[in-house]
Design a protein around this ligand. Structure first.
Ligand code: NCD
Length: 352
C-alpha cells in the first residue's frame, strides 16, 4: 500500500485553537505556525542554531547530552525526505531517540480508520515531541489541541511540531529558509526577494513570506512571480502588506531577475491539482536553467526547498546549477538540521 494513494483526509479541522506565541521561551510550545514567532524569538533561535552548528562541526560531544533520554516520534502522512530525515538527524545529534510506526506510517491505525486525534493521543503517550506532516490544513493545530487535552489527563506535556499541513504552512522550513538568507546576506534588510512558481499550493512560500514580515526587516521587497492561477492566497499577501512590506505580484520574471538578491524557486505541487490538464497547462511556465540564472546578479542566492523536478530544468541543468556558487539549496538543507536541533532542544527545555 502506498502512502500517496491512501486517503487520510478528514473533515477540515476548524475547532478553535490559537497557538501560543513563543514569547521568549520555546519550552513546551507546540510549533504550528510562523505567526507564533516575534523578532526576538527568531534572533534567539538563529543564535542557538548557529551555536549548535559550530559545536557539531567542532565535534563537541556535550551536544549529545542535550536531549538524552528524550523521545521524538515522527508521523508523516505525506511524502518527505528532507523534513523527516533532518528532524531525525537533529534529534539523534542531540542525543535523543526517534520512534515511528514499524514499517512506516501506512501501518499506523489511521489506515484502520482511526482519526488523527486518537493517533496523535496514542503517540503522545509515548513521545515527548511529535513531528507531524499531514495533508489537511490546520491538522497540526488539531494535534496541538489534542495533546493539551492528553497532557492535562496524564500530567505530561507532549508537544507537536508541524512538518507541513497540506497547502497551509511549513513553519520549520521557513525558519531554516530565513536562517539561510541571513547566513548568506548577513541580515534581511534592504533585500529584493523573488519567489517563483506555485505560490498558491506552496506552503513553504506562505510560511516564509509571513515570517519575513514578522522578522521586521527594513526595506524589504517581495516579488511574487507565478502564473495567474497559482498566485499566493490573498490572506497571506494581506498579512505581509499589513506589516509594511512591499509586495508585487507578476506573471513574468523579466523585470525582476536582474535585481533579485534572493531567488526562491518552487516546485509546481502536482499532487495538489485535482485536474491533470490544469497542471500540465502551467507545469513548464517557470523553469530555472543556467541561462535564466545567468541573468541574476553575481551576488544573488538561489534557494529551493526541494525536491526539484523539471522546474529546475534537466538533470544536466541541475548539475550546472549546483556548480554555481549562487545555488545555496544544499546549505539550506543542512541548515535545516541545525535549526531543527535548536527548535527541538528549545521545545524540550534543553538549555545550552
Ligand atoms: C517542501 C514541502 O514539502 O512543502 N519540501 C520540503 O519540505 N523541503 C516543498 C515541496 O514539496 O515542493
Amino acid at each position: 500500500m502506498s502512502i500517496a494513494t491512501v486517503d487520510v483526509r478528514v473533515p477540515a479541522f476548524d475547532a478553535p485553537y490559537a497557538p501560543r506565541p513563543i514569547g521568549g521561551n520555546l519550552t513546551g510550545r507546540h510549533i504550528v505556525s510562523v505567526e507564533q514567532f516575534a523578532r526576538g524569538d527568531l534572533d534567539d533561535l538563529f543564535r542557538r542554531a548557529a551555536n549548535l552548528r559550530s559545536r557539531v562541526r567542532a565535534g563537541d560531544k556535550t551536544v549529545l547530552k542535550l536531549c538524552q533520554r528524550r523521545i521524538m516520534a515522527t508521523l508523516f502522512f505525506e511524502a518527505s525526505t528532507r523534513t523527516d530525515m533532518s528532524f531525525q538527524a537533529a534529534m539523534l545529534r542531540l542525543g535523543g531517540e526517534v520512534i515511528a510506526t514499524s514499517g512506516g506510517v501506512q501501518f499506523s491505525s489511521v489506515y484502520k480508520g482511526e482519526n488523527l486525534a486518537d493517533t496523535v493521543s496514542a503517540v503522545g503517550c509515548y513521545a515527548d515531541v511529535i513531528v507531524l506532516r499531514h495533508p489537511e490544513v490546520r491538522s497540526s493545530y488539531e494535534a496541538a489541541r489534542q495533546l493539551d487535552l492528553l497532557g492535562a489527563r496524564l500530567g505530561t506535556h507532549p508537544v507537536v511540531v508541524s512538518g507541513g499541513d497540506g497547502i497551509g504552512e511549513h513553519p520549520t522550513q521557513a525558519l531554516l529558509d530565513l536562517f539561510t538568507i541571513i547566513d548568506f546576506k548577513h541580515e534581511a534588510d534592504d533585500l529584493t526577494i523573488t519567489l517563483v512558481g506555485d505560490l498558491v499550493n506552496g506552503r513553504t512560500v506562505h510560511s516564509l513570506v509571513k515570517l519575513l514580515a514578522l522578522y521586521g526587516a527594513r526595506d524589504l521587497r517581495l516579488e511574487l512571480v507565478s502564473p495567474a492561477s497559482l498566485r499566493a492566497p490573498a490572506t497571506v499577501i494581506d498579512f505581509v502588506r499589513s506589516r509594511g512590506v512591499e509586495v508585487n505580484e507578476r506573471e513574468t520574471l523579466d523585470a525582476v531577475i536582474g535585481r533579485s538578491d534572493v531567488i526562491y524557486w518552487t516546485r509546481v505541487q502536482q499532487e495538489r491539482f485535482a485536474d491533470e490538464a490544469e497542471y500540465l497547462a502551467i507545469a513548464d511556465r517557470f523553469v530555472m536553467t543556467p541561462d535564466v540564472l545567468a541573468r541574476a546578479p553575481d551576488d544573488a542566492i538561489l534557494m529551493h526547498p526541494l525536491p526539484r523536478r523539471h522546474e529546475m530544468g534537466t538533470e544536466t541543468d541541475h548539475a550546472v546549477l549546483d556548480a554555481d556558487g549562487r545555488a545555496v539549496y544544499f546549505h539550506q538543507m543542512q541548515n535545516g538540521m541545525y535549526v531543527r536541533m535548536a527548535l527541538l532542544a528549545g521545545v524540550l527545555g534543553a538549555a545550552g
